[in-house]
Design a protein around this ligand. Structure first.
Ligand SMILES: Nc1nc2c(ncn2[C@@H]2O[C@H](COP(=O)(O)OP(=O)(O)OP(=O)(O)O)[C@@H](O)[C@H]2O)c(=O)[nH]1
Ligand SMILES: [Mg+2]
Length: 360
């Protein structure tokens, strides 16, 4: 799963990327027009995994991961020409978007537009995304209209008419300021437009990059953007903390009275945003968190571990994390009859501990 970090030049994308990934990519105050992408894979820390690891003492403990991509090169002036193809490809390759909005003031890195104005910047980039989808849909609409009237076989015309109906629904949505993700589409409708890679179809988290003393504007600004989540983060401070040794960071947080890092919150929000959940496998060899979409079935969970487990699936032996912890150990849980045998269609729950029985 990949999350693209987007935002206007100098909004703090690379700063946030460094904080999330504990990396040291260069933040460049004046070199934003070029397209460059930093990429890193981040573990999703989960206390449940720590607790299971303490219980089973495995050789390896593995957290779920998410990939972050720091994408520079977006500006608010692309509107006349649209986004460049390569930039568009970089953005649309992501499963979700994390939009950084500048709220901080910094005399050594002045805002390119002169004045800091989060509402303006947020609107500028959001309309960029909407406009891009609009152009794609309009182009498609034109072609489909001519196909419906004079194209190919009756079947082809019927298919074109069906696709046109979805395209027009999405266009009406955008004209009505409803991004594609807010429209209810049937599975069939969604399938017809999947290949367009619409940017407003992607789940979006808005991160307000605030000063050390700054106020959180998310409650005021996010409601204008349906189906997004907003969160404030002190980007520079978080980056500096993330780059310190843990003991040093703890001292610093103590001294400046910072109760917790905002980063973990962003990591968890983005995980939720993707509609993901974790299940666990446990044993002496390995305790591991696996990632599946919410609503995934037992056989899909098995296939996420290994295709063979999906193919040869017989049953899943399942206990929820909370039940195992309450029982105290796997042996006691077994004695108390807390392990269930589930079939292939069982909807896996976040926190399930799963053992797949299979035969290939
Ligand atoms: N005071 C302050 N400065 C920040 C903060 N976040 C970023 N900066 C500074 O703002 C400048 C731009 O930050 P970057 O992280 O490079 O921004 P960017 O969005 O990656 O910029 P481009 O890649 O050039 O578009 C740098 O000089 C940062 O040190 C913040 O939260 N507070
Ligand atoms: Mg950058």
């Amino acid at each position: 799963m990949q999350i693209g970090i987007i935002g206007l030049p100098n909004s703090g994308k690379t700063t946030l990327f460094n904080a999330l990934t504990r990396g040291k990519a260069e933040t460049e105050a004046y070199a934003s027009a070029q397209m460059e992408v930093h990429t890193a894979i981040v573990a999703v820390h989960d206390q449940r995994v720590d607790r299971l690891s303490a219980m089973f003492q495995p050789r390896r403990t593995i957290y779920a991961t998410v990939q972050y991509n720091d994408i520079a090169g977006l500006t608010s002036s692309a509107e006349e020409k649209g986004m460049s193809g390569p930039l568009l490809n970089q953005i649309s390759a992501n499963d979700a978007l994390l939009h950084v909005v500048r709220c901080f003031t910094n005399p050594s890195a002045p805002h390119p537009a002169g004045k800091v104005d989060p509402a303006r910047d947020l609107a500028a980039l959001e309309s960029e995304l909407w406009f891009n989808d609009y152009r794609i849909l309009e182009g498609r609409q034109e072609r489909l209209q001519s196909q419906v009237h004079k194209g190919g076989s009756p079947q082809e015309r019927e298919q074109a008419a069906k696709e046109l109906a979805v395209v027009e629904k999405l266009i009406a949505g955008i004209e009505n300021e409803s991004p594609a993700r807010t429209l209810t589409l049937s599975y069939e409708e969604e399938k017809r437009i999947r290949s367009f890679s619409l940017l407003t179809m992607k789940p979006e988290l808005i991160v307000f990059n605030i000063d050390d003393e700054g106020e959180d504007p998310s409650a005021a600004l996010t409601p204008n953007y349906p189906d997004t989540t907003g969160v404030a983060l002190r980007g520079k401070l978080e980056m500096e903390l993330a780059q310190m040794e843990p003991e040093e960071a703890a001292l610093f947080m103590d001294e400046f009275d910072i109760p917790e890092l905002g980063l973990d919150r962003v990591i968890h929000l983005s995980y939720e945003l993707l509609g993901l959940q974790s299940f666990f496998t446990v044993g002496e060899d390995e305790v591991r968190a696996w990632t599946v979409k919410k609503g995934a079935t037992a056989v899909e969970a098995a296939a996420a571990i290994h295709t063979d487990l999906g193919r040869g699936f017989i049953r899943a032996e399942v206990i929820h994390y909370n039940d195992l912890i309450a029982a105290g150990s796997m042996a006691q849980a077994r004695k108390a009859g807390l392990l269930r045998l589930e079939g292939r269609d069982y909807p896996v729950q976040d926190g399930d501990i799963v053992h797949i029985r299979f035969n290939v």
